[in-house]
Design a binder for this molecule. Sequence first.
Ligand SMILES: Nc1ncnc2c1ncn2[C@@H]1O[C@H](COP(=O)(O)OP(=O)(O)OP(=O)(O)O)[C@@H](O)[C@H]1O
Length: 216
Amino acid sequence: MSCSITLKKLSYKNEANELFKNIDLNVGHEEKVAIIGANGAGKSTLLKIIAGLNFCFEGELQLFHNPIKNKKEYEKFRSDVGYLPQDVNDYFLCPTVIEDVMFNLRAKGEAKEEAYHKAILMLEELGISHLKDRIIYELSGGEQKIVALAGILITKPKILLLDEPTNALDTQAENRIIEILNSIKKSMIIVSHHKSFIDKLAPTIYNLSCNELELI
Ligand SMILES: Nc1ncnc2c1ncn2[C@@H]1O[C@H](COP(=O)(O)OP(=O)(O)OP(=O)(O)O)[C@@H](O)[C@H]1O
């Protein structure tokens, strides 16, 4: 199987606890995988490791079959990975929604008009055109989460890592996200507490519990 993400005997301990030990995981090309688990089980930590934000692990992380041990080795793949953190409070770099959604495209050298056009389409697709000129820090938590997702999807990463993507979203927004994520053909890992949300999205579900990743 062609794998986008592979974990081999991955172990991690923080100062206080061992969070997971000898975890194996394969996420195939365009496969959607969900991870559930109790508060503090280590789900966000695992996602941060896969997102290249923490290299203090033992074992092996591979992206597209390439072993990655450190930040330098990760850089080659960074633009292939879109990571939505659980808390998007400190996530934004621009004052307004449209500027922030355009930002990553502009950073990649895309012309302003083209980036603006794509950002407008992305806001439409996510149903948040009405937020276009709003100041991000005046938006609700749920609105901020969708804006952050827009800023990620617009760069068309090959892998999506989503930490509680529907946290703080109302039912209508959640259904919109389900529809959009279902229509996207990418490799995805979704961390969520909402089993009903995951059931509509990811055929493969793991439970992170007692240091182990168990297929359920
Ligand atoms: N930066 C940090 N420094 C120290 N401990 C941390 C840090 N981040 C997380 N932890 C601890 O690591 C453990 C796992 O946290 P993590 O956020 O990965 O769990 P989680 O499964 O995502 O939880 P939740 O479902 O509540 O979001 C927790 O005990 C947490 O307190």
